[in-house]
Design a protein around this ligand. Structure first.
Ligand SMILES: *[C@@H]1O[C@H](CO)[C@@H](O)[C@H](O)[C@H]1NC(C)=O
Length: 254
């Protein structure tokens, strides 16, 4: 059981990165329901903490600005990737190069990253300047009650196998679950995983991973893994950011 879920998670994380780096125009077929999945277009400055994590200036994953020179993302997005080719873009709702770009100086993967602990910090070569469209987000240090609506955003595929979004999309249709419901969903009580309930035809897709899940303007999760196709009914999938708050702050303020 444990082996299986670990394998599935690893495989999915691998596919997310592999798929997000493929030629985005090769969509097998057109399907009617676009996703974040089924997201709405973000306005300029609506998600000033949202960044695009890039390899050779091509979008691969989302991330969240947590300090002028630090971006939080998923470890699987940047694991085994050369610092030299990595960068981030902020201050724009466009996916192609239209915002402020910063090269990454250091990738800090969580030391216990294997299958769990899917979290990494990117230190930037030069800090961002804050503005109306570039602002950091605070990290939760409290538990969110069950049944609350959470906002996720990203430039990921708009449906399973579809193209990446050109403009930042978001949805508020994911909701929090209590820990017991979460345990029922995938077998074990794991405080490092944040369970969010994705209804049918909502949720994140390849290229949204690494991106922020936000409640009342505070970062609570990082999109980590998808158990079925994008837009399937799902529980789980996010790294519980408050579980890692000490690790994050030690690095940022260190
Ligand atoms: C997330 O981590 C915090 C801090 O360790 C913990 O109190 C909380 O219960 C965790 N959330 C979930 C959904 O497991």
């Amino acid at each position: 059981m444990v082996y299986r879920s670990v394998f599935v998670k690893f495989f999915i994380a691998f596919c997310l990165v592999a798929k997000a780096t493929q030629n985005e125009d090769v969509s097998a077929e057109l399907r009617p329901s676009p996703r974040i999945v089924n997201g709405q277009k973000a306005a300029v400055g609506q998600f000033p903490y949202q960044v695009s994590v890039r390899i050779n200036d091509q979008h691969i994953c989302g991330g969240a600005l947590v300090a002028q020179n630090f971006v939080l993302t998923a470890a699987h997005c940047v694991y085994n990737i050369d610092d030299d080719v990595l960068g981030v873009q902020a201050g724009t709702v466009g996916r192609t190069n239209s915002g402020d770009f910063r090269a990454v100086s250091t990738v800090i993967i969580h030391p216990q990253y294997g299958f769990d602990n899917d979290i990494a910090l990117l230190e930037l070569k030069t800090p961002f300047f804050y503005s109306d469209v570039i602002k950091p987000i605070g990290i939760a240090s409290w538990d969110v009650p069950a049944g609350e609506s959470v906002v996720i955003s990203g430039w990921g595929r708009i449906y399973e196998g579809g193209p990446l979004a050109d403009q930042l999309l978001y949805t508020r249709s994911l909701t929090t679950l209590n820990n017991e419901e979460c345990a029922k969903a995938d077998g074990t009580l794991n405080p490092s995983i944040l369970c969010l309930n994705s209804p049918q035809s909502r949720g994140f897709c390849e290229g949204d991973d690494g991106g922020p899940a936000v409640y009342k303007n505070i970062l609570i999760g990082i999109a980590s893994y998808i158990t079925k196709g994008c837009g399937s009914i799902a529980k789980g999938g996010f790294t519980n950011v408050s579980y890692y708050k000490n690790w994050i702050q030690a690095i940022i303020h260190g």
